[in-house]
Ligand binder design. Sequence first.
Ligand SMILES: Nc1ncnc2c1ncn2[C@@H]1O[C@H](COP(=O)(O)OP(=O)(O)OP(=O)(O)O)[C@@H](O)[C@H]1O
Ligand SMILES: [Mg+2]
Length: 305
Amino acid sequence: MGEAGMTAERSPASASASASAPAPVLEVAGLARSFGAVRAVNGVSFQVRQGEVVSVIGPNGSGKTTTLNLLGGLLTPDSGEIRLHGRRIERLPAERRAELGIARTFQNGRVFASLPVADNVYVGQYAKLKRTRPFPRLRHLPVLRWLPLLAELLLALVQPPTVRREQSEAAARTETQLARFGTRLLPRADHRAHTLSYANRRRTEIARALALEPTLLLLDEPTAGMNQTETAEVLDQLLDLKAEGQTIVLVEHKIDLVMTVSDRVIVMDEGQAIAAGTPAEVRDDERVVEAYLGRRRAQREEASR
Ligand SMILES: Nc1ncnc2c1ncn2[C@@H]1O[C@H](COP(=O)(O)OP(=O)(O)OP(=O)(O)O)[C@@H](O)[C@H]1O
Ligand SMILES: [Mg+2]
């Protein structure tokens, strides 16, 4: 394993000693989560630095989505630590993590089907709004959480200038993200999401995540179910995001795309990170070839029985 692979497993202390490397945005150490007897994620450690695109690949069921769910807060780990800009977040609920700048898309694609495309993107920024959502600290308290909700409702009715200003800024951000997808989404801004093609629903979801202007963007198979042309378009958009300095953790099966866009690749198998390094390093790693080919061989043998 080369230098980049070492970086993936380096401890936070030694990482901070390296002055020239950009600060880690994300530090994951010993992350584990089981479902009954299934160890979906079993002691995974890695770091993602500012502006890096780190891909997580691996055979079906190897724990990629579970890892993203643990990062995004949909799941809490059984053990292990997750730090965002040095701050422990592994016990925080998903909404708090969104407030701290983590945005995600889902493997199976999730949009609000009956909302227009623009509203789907607008709501992606909800965790970021401050004037519109007063008393943010109370939101996470069990009994007092109704207070900020009531205040939010009142502000929505009264519409003071500060709220109106914030909402027009949010509308502008929505427009910016829709424009990123050019003729695909912009002309359909008023269409309800359920009328969109599959690929456009997935684009809407990516635009929604980007509307948060995330510190860390988590993408779970953004090109799943897309044809070659659509996949190439997503690749271009990922390269644009990378050029803008967006930090990304990408789960993806399409190896060509992974090899083109990633700074580093982490390979999972049966809940563990079995290899990490630059795209070229992992491509030539025997354990990676075995994890993929060994699995396929076993499947072929099972099928021929
Ligand atoms: N909510 C759950 N309840 C029970 N088992 C789960 C749950 N989520 C995941 N698993 C199991 O954990 C393992 C890892 O699943 P995960 O979805 O993380 O894999 P993956 O690498 O994303 O696979 P794929 O490439 O097919 O999307 C699998 O054995 C899966 O069946
Ligand atoms: Mg998955």
